[in-house]
Design a binder for this molecule. Structure first.
Ligand code: AMP
Length: 264
């Protein structure tokens, strides 16, 4: 059985994970849980879009066998005093602006694994640092689950699907397109032979800033340890977080290989 953990507000990106799960298992469970412990005090926990009836319809319409949508007190029956601490891999990228976020993510994912006992769990590449940390958690804690990471689903114009895209005004959506465009610039630079990490990062940052996005980070990192390499390689990942208006968006793709959207 395969588990697809989500926070609901399902879109085609989530539904593609159901397809990927189906390839690895004959039963697919989608969990829908807006996990309070992964939101900071000034983040959008209260506003996060919630519509369980719609999510159940979409998940079952895509072939999920069941939706697991526990109430908060079922996932946190007592005060949480024991946590899965992500360690130094969370002191990078999104972890810097979201202290405690990955501790909340890893803890709730470990709980979901304990409750659902999936053989396989499917996550999206869109949340790059999350996928790296979950793989490490499973490896380092020896959890009996196989992790599958599925490609990022995008709109035709390149925008990575996200539940938070719903917050964007039409003008902001145009600015938001700069994230995928900036990744395209890094990939094009790499394809033309540029191997300087700082040079590639500067080009990425320029695209974002010229479009009016407020850059939180724009980095080339090694997907093994999230460190900044001395020289760019195909497998290294261009990872971006930027604010468009009040909405925080992320995107990433490797410097080489098939173009994002054509990944297998
Ligand atoms: P969320 O509901 O935002 O916690 O996301 C649940 C899962 O869906 C995570 O594994 C995400 O990485 C994945 N996901 C979100 N957006 C996309 C997307 N555009 N393409 C593929 N997977 C996605």
């Amino acid at each position: 059985m395969a588990l697809v953990p989500t926070m609901g507000a399902l879109h085609e990106g989530h539904l593609s994970l159901i397809d990927a799960a189906r390839e690895s298992a004959d039963q697919v469970i989608v969990s829908v849980f807006v996990n309070p412990t992964q939101f900071g005090p000034s983040e959008d926990f209260a506003e996060y879009p919630r519509d369980l009836d719609r999510d159940v319809g979409l998940a079952e319409g895509r072939g999920a066998d069941a939706v697991f949508a526990p109430p908060t007190d079922e996932m946190y029956p007592v005060e949480q005093t024991i946590w899965v601490e992500p360690g130094r891999l969370a002191d990078r990228l999104c972890g810097l602006s979201r202290p405690g976020h990955f501790r909340g993510v890893l803890t709730v994912v470990a709980k979901l694994f304990a409750i659902v006992e999936p053989e396989v769990a499917v996550f999206g590449r869109k949340d790059f640092q999350q996928s790296v940390l979950i793989r490490r958690m499973v490896r380092e804690l020896g959890l009996p689950v196989r992790i599958v990471v599925a490609p990022t689903v995008r709109e035709a114009d390149g925008l990575a699907l996200s539940s938070r895209n719903a917050y964007l005004s039409p003008a902001e959506r145009t600015v938001a397109l700069s994230l995928s465009r900036a990744i395209g610039v890094a990939r094009a630079g790499f394809a033309e032979g540029e191997r300087g990490v700082a040079t590639l990062e500067e080009a990425v940052r320029r695209v974002l800033e010229e479009a009016g996005a407020e850059v939180e980070y724009a980095e080339i990192v090694d997907p093994e340890d999230l460190e900044r390499p001395s020289e760019a390689e195909s497998r290294h990942v261009c990872a971006i977080a930027a604010r468009v208006g009040t909405t925080r968006l992320i995107d990433n793709a490797p410097l080489g290989g098939p173009s994002p959207g054509d990944e297998e």
